[in-house]
Design a protein around this ligand. Structure first.
Ligand code: FAD
Ligand code: NAP
Length: 337
C-alpha cells in the first residue's frame, strides 16, 4: 500500500472544498482493500471511501485514511436472448459505463446518462434521474464488510434500496463496495415519461427513439440546466424531494395553486424541493462565495473559495426558510463530512 500523508482533496471533490486528508491511498484491487483494512485497524484510524467526490461536502479536515476507489473493469458474465449480465469495477466512471452500454444496445440505464461519479457509489444513494433508479438494473454487489472483516455478496433485496437511499447509507461506513453486477435488456422499454425528454425528442422530430437518442437527450438537457462541476463547484441536488401526506399536500395546494407535486401512493405526494426553494426567493441568490444556482434552485454552488462550513450554513438558511413558509422540512441529499 502506498500511503500518502496530508493530501489536498480540492481536486477530489466537486464542491472544490480546500481541505486535506491526513492519510490517502488508492485502491486498485480487492487485495488493496484488505491491506488498507489491516492498516486502519492496526492504527486505530477511521477510513473514508472516496469515488469522484461528487456527492460529498467536506466541512472539516479529514482525520482519516481516504481510500480513493480506482478498481476498473467491465466484464460480461452471462448473456441470454433478452438480457446481458455485466460485472463492473467500483472505480469505473459511471457515465463511461452508461455510454458503453448504450453503444452496445443494452438498455436500462440510459436515463442516468451524465451523472457524475463512480459505479461503486451509484448504489449508495440509489442514483436516479428522469424516472429511472439504478436499483432496477442491479443484480448484486460485492463488498468488504469492515464490521466482520469478510467479503460479502449482497443481492438487490439485501441492499434495501429506497428513494436516494440504501443499506449503505443507513449503515454508513460499514461496507466498501468493490464490484457491482448489472442486468441490462436487449429489447428495453424506453422511459420518456419526464417532460424534458419528451420535449427534446419532439424538437428533434424523433418518433421512435433509440437508446442513443434518449441518452443524447438527457446529456443535452443536463448540459443546459446543470452547472459543470469542473467550472462551478456543486454536488448536484443538495436536498431530497420531500414526501408529504395527501392531506398536507391538499392544505398547501389551497394557498399555492401551482405547487410542483407528484402523487407517489394513495396517501403520499412528492414535492419538488427546487420549487419550494425557488418560491422562498432563493434562486440566483449569492452570499459571499456561495449561491443558489440560477437555473435550478436545488443546486448550491461554490463560486470560488467558499468553505464547506459556509456551504453548510447557507443550506441551513434554506432549510429554515422553506420550513417557515411551507412547514416542510428539507433533508440533505449530499453526504456531509
Ligand atoms: P462520492 O461523492 O465520492 O461518494 C459519495 C458517498 O458514497 C460517500 O459517502 C462515500 O464514502 C460513499 N462511497 C463512494 N464510493 C464507495 C464505495 N465504492 N464503497 C462504499 N462507499 C462508497 N445523483 C443522482 O442520484 N441523480 C442525478 O441526476 C445526479 N446528478 C448530479 C449532477 C451533478 C452536476 C453532480 C455534481 C452530482 C449529481 N448527483 C446525482 C450526485 C452524484 O453524482 C451521485 O451521488 C454519484 O453516485 C456520486 O458518485 P461519486 O463517485 O462521486 O461518490
Ligand atoms: P425537473 O424536471 O425540473 O423536475 C423537478 C422535480 O420534479 C424532479 O426532482 C422530479 O423528481 C420531479 N418530476 C418531474 N417530472 C416528473 C414526472 N413526470 N414524474 C415524477 N416526478 C417528476 O428536475 P431537474 O432538476 O431538471 O432534474 C431532472 C432529473 O434529474 C430528475 O429526475 C432529478 O432527480 C435528476 N437530477 C438529480 C440530481 C441529483 O443530484 N440528485 C441533480 C440533477 C438532476 P425526481 O427527482 O424524483 O425525479
Amino acid at each position: 500500500m502506498t500511503l500518502k500523508q496530508n493530501i489536498p482533496l480540492k481536486a477530489f471533490n466537486s464542491f472544490a472544498c480546500d481541505i486535506n486528508a491526513k492519510y490517502f491511498t488508492t485502491i486498485q484491487s480487492n487485495q488493496d482493500i484488505e491491506v488498507a483494512f489491516d492498516w486502519f485497524k492496526q492504527n486505530n484510524t477511521p477510513y473514508l471511501v472516496l469515488g469522484s467526490g461528487s456527492n460529498i461536502l467536506f466541512t472539516k479536515e479529514v482525520e482519516a485514511l481516504v481510500l480513493k476507489m480506482e478498481i476498473k473493469g467491465i466484464q460480461k458474465t452471462n448473456e441470454t436472448a433478452s438480457a446481458v449480465y455485466l460485472s463492473v469495477g467500483a472505480g469505473e466512471n459511471w457515465h463511461h459505463f452508461v455510454s458503453y452500454c448504450v453503444q452496445k444496445g443494452w438498455g436500462g440505464i440510459e436515463n442516468l446518462s451524465l451523472i457524475p461519479g463512480t459505479v461503486g457509489a451509484a448504489p449508495i444513494q440509489n442514483i436516479g434521474a428522469y424516472g429511472v433508479e439504478v436499483k432496477e438494473t442491479i443484480e448484486k454487489i460485492t463488498a468488504f464488510d469492515t464490521h466482520t472483516g469478510e467479503w460479502v455478496t449482497l443481492n438487490k433485496l439485501d441492499c434495501d434500496f429506497g428513494y436516494r437511499n440504501s443499506l449503505f447509507k443507513k449503515e454508513k461506513n460499514r461496507y466498501i463496495i468493490s464490484k457491482v453486477d448489472f442486468c441490462l435488456q436487449k429489447q428495453p422499454k424506453l422511459r420518456t415519461d419526464y417532460g424534458a425528454i419528451r420535449e427534446v425528442l419532439h424538437q428533434k422530430e424523433i418518433q421512435n427513439p433509440s437508446l442513443e437518442d434518449i441518452s443524447n437527450a438527457v446529456v443535452l438537457i443536463r448540459t443546459q440546466k446543470l452547472p459543470d462541476p469542473k467550472k462551478l463547484g456543486n454536488a448536484g441536488s443538495f436536498f431530497k424531494n420531500p414526501t408529504i401526506s395527501k392531506s398536507q399536500f391538499e392544505t398547501l395546494k389551497i394557498k399555492n395553486d401551482d405547487i410542483m407535486a407528484f402523487p407517489i401512493s394513495d396517501t403520499e405526494y412528492k414535492l419538488a424541493a427546487g420549487w419550494l426553494i425557488e418560491h422562498c426567493g432563493w434562486k440566483g441568490v449569492k452570499k459571499g462565495h456561495i449561491g443558489c444556482f440560477e437555473k435550478q434552485a436545488l443546486v448550491i454552488v461554490n463560486y470560488g473559495n467558499g468553505t464547506g462550513k459556509e456551504i453548510l450554513a447557507f443550506s441551513e438558511e434554506i432549510i429554515q426558510s422553506v420550513f417557515q413558509k411551507f412547514g416542510v422540512l428539507l433533508e440533505k441529499e449530499v453526504n456531509v463530512y
